[in-house]
Design a protein around this ligand. Structure first.
Ligand SMILES: [Zn+2]
Length: 203
């Protein structure tokens, strides 16, 4: 149900906390975490990683930003990634794009609400322009958006192999990378691309 004010959200914590404590061993969870997945997703309010996957506290280490960009030039992202892969030793790294992504739409149309967002999406903007120019598919506007969001998620996981920590973990078979696409209307996840040690050693 939609919340109308912050007080309602704060009050709701009491209801939720009893559900959480009956479901999980919070004593042991409070001492450590051992997530299976490092999830990189969009900051969009409709694509909450734990909610859409039905996972729980402790299951996924999460990093979110506008348009799920996994940039090795972004210290914020790299800090999360190095902690997840290097310290927590997650087995799977997911980059999840989604339908109706405002960030992808902004980069596609070169129409940005603020200069900082324009700067943040400068790399995808150039990439999208090139991809649309070179695509053999004839895409209508709505399909273009999902096509680019899917392309973007795959581009992000491919780019991550340039980081030595990720390259090594994937080569050793300790880490698998996945590009996913979440469709909001059907609440479904599509697996777009998997990169594991077979692909990396074949490349
Ligand atoms: Zn988005």
């Amino acid at each position: 149900m939609p919340f109308n004010n912050i007080g309602e959200i704060l009050n709701n914590v009491k209801n939720v906390s009893s559900q959480i404590s009956s479901r999980l061993d919070l004593d042991s969870l409070s001492k450590s975490q051992a997530p299976l997945v490092f999830w990189v997703g969009c900051a969009d309010s409709r694509v909450s990683p734990n909610l859409v996957t039905g996972t729980d506290l402790g299951d996924m280490f999460v990093h979110r930003n506008v348009a799920n960009i996994a940039s090795l030039e972004d210290a914020n992202f790299v800090s999360s990634m190095e902690y997840a892969v290097g310290v927590l030793k997650v087995k799977h790294l997911v980059v999840c794009g989604h339908s109706g992504c405002g960030g992808v739409n902004a980069a596609m149309n070169k129409a940005y609400p603020t200069p900082t967002i324009k700067n943040w999406l400068s790399k995808p903007e150039k990439d999208f322009e090139w991809v649309l120019k070179n695509s053999s598919k004839k895409l209508v506007e709505q399909d273009k958006l999902s096509f680019l969001a899917k392309h973007n998620a795959q581009t992000q996981i491919k780019g991550l192999l340039e980081h030595p920590l990720i390259k090594e973990a994937v080569s050793n078979g300790e880490l698998t990378l996945h590009a996913l696409f979440y469709d909001i209307k059907s609440s479904s996840l599509e697996l777009l691309l998997t990169l594991d040690n077979d692909q990396v050693s074949a490349a």
